[in-house]
Design a binder for this molecule. Structure first.
Ligand code: HEC
Ligand code: HEC
Length: 329
């Protein structure tokens, strides 16, 4: 017995890494120190400004009708308000445009996780025929014809021609500045117990408890950066099509929930119109049960509890204001 007592501190010490891992996944406010920058230091103002101009510039689409901001519109929560986005040639993209908040902390991009850095992601929509339809070989001379871009790429990257790699770096630099971390929830966690309305406080308990949302929406940005089939009734194979693993059929990335009030409709197919609809979806245990994640079960929430969960997600709101830049001539 005495021996056991002596072993206790040793055991605890051995468990610290495990306990830390658990603690780091708790919901809370993200730390700027945890952002991994490609050059290990925050982007320069000039790089972010260049990326911002590119993000808003319709020159990036072949017929010059679309910019990134067409589908990731700052006035619509960096999404576009429709179930499935419309490409520059008028065809529907197969999926809903995700919001872009707090992606600086993420390492999983697209609903099926087919990119693992923002830099890797950025050129996809430019080249995709169903989106901006712009071959990079045509984009480079188009941008090089604009004196501002030639000068800015030279200043920021020291290059005398514009290359895809730097376009991606600049856009990613701008995206890393879309940070939201001063919501009523963050103020509440920092000690201001009046920052969240009582319904949101009850919703937070449900979110971590009875409704078990933190099983997947955990960490400071409310995502486990992983993939789950939550039973959305849709034919899209999701993650399974990328890694050829049928156990992940219809599994999609867990989206972060910061500023989620702005980016309706929801889910990879835009099938849920409001946050209340989303909670009702979870309350009935999803729609399509085949292959569904065992974490998704009917929740037996009362009407009050449904409202409380919606109120809690509302408390994750801290708008990111982005002035549309003047575009170079
Ligand atoms: C035609 C609409 C449209 C345009 C234009 C567009 N996107 Fe997207 N974006 C989408 C859709 C739809 C998805 C989800 C696609 C998927 O998961 O397969 C997406 C996904 C993303 C993601 C992944 C977000 C996440 O949480 O995983 C990022 C980042 C992104 N887009 C940035 C950009 C940038 C940068 C541009 C401009 C170069 C751009 N998008 C242009 C519709 C668009
Ligand atoms: C098993 C993991 C898991 C659990 C548990 C879970 N979610 Fe999700 N959540 C996801 C995934 C994955 C998606 C995207 C699914 C898709 O599009 O098919 C998602 C989507 C959402 C969306 C839509 C976000 C957007 O940008 O479209 C909201 C809102 C949401 N969940 C809230 C909740 C709430 C509230 C709970 C608890 C009642 C919860 N989730 C429980 C994994 C989970």
């Amino acid at each position: 017995m005495r021996k056991c007592k002596k072993l206790w501190p040793v055991l605890l010490l051995m468990m610290t890494p495990i306990l830390n891992l658990y603690a780091s996944e708790k919901i809370g406010t993200p730390s700027l120190d945890d952002i991994e920058y490609p050059d290990d230091e925050p982007h320069s103002h000039a790089e972010v400004e260049l990326g911002k101009k590119l993000f808003f510039d319709t020159r990036l689409s072949k017929n010059q009708t679309q910019s990134c901001a067409t589908c990731h519109n700052p006035d619509l929560g960096f999404s576009d308000g429709v179930s499935k986005s419309m490409g520059s040639e008028g065809k529907r993209v197969g999926r809903n445009a995700p919001h872009l908040y707090n992606l600086a902390w993420s390492s999983v991009f697209f609903w099926d996780g087919r990119a693992s850095t923002l830099e890797q992601q950025a050129l996809g929509p430019i080249e995709a025929p169903g989106e901006m339809n712009m071959p990079l070989a045509e984009l480079l001379p188009r941008l090089e014809a604009v004196p501002y871009y030639m000068k800015a790429f030279k200043t920021v990257y020291g290059v005398s021609s514009i290359q895809p790699q730097e376009i991606a770096r600049a856009i990613a630099a701008f995206e890393r500045t879309l940070i939201s971390m001063n919501s009523p929830f963050d103020k509440y966690m920092a000690g201001d117990k009046t920052a969240m309305i009582p319904s949101a406080v009850r919703g937070m308990k449900l979110f971590q408890g009875k409704a078990n949302c933190t099983a997947c929406h955990d960490g400071p940005n409310f995502t486990d950066d992983s993939f789950h089939n939550i039973g959305v009734a849709d034919k899209d194979k999701g993650r399974a099509a990328i890694i050829n693993d049928n156990s992940l059929s219809k599994a999609f990335k867990t989206p972060g929930l910061r500023n989620i009030v702005f980016s309706a409709p929801y889910m990879h197919d835009g099938s849920e119109k409001t946050l209340e609809d989303v909670v009702r979806f979870y309350n009935r245990g999803g729609d399509k049960k085949k292959g569904i994640d065992p974490l998704i079960k009917p929740l037996s929430l009362t009407e009050q509890e449904i409202n409380d969960l919606v109120a809690f997600m509302g408390a994750l709101t801290d708008p990111v204001v982005v002035q549309r830049p003047e575009l170079p001539k």
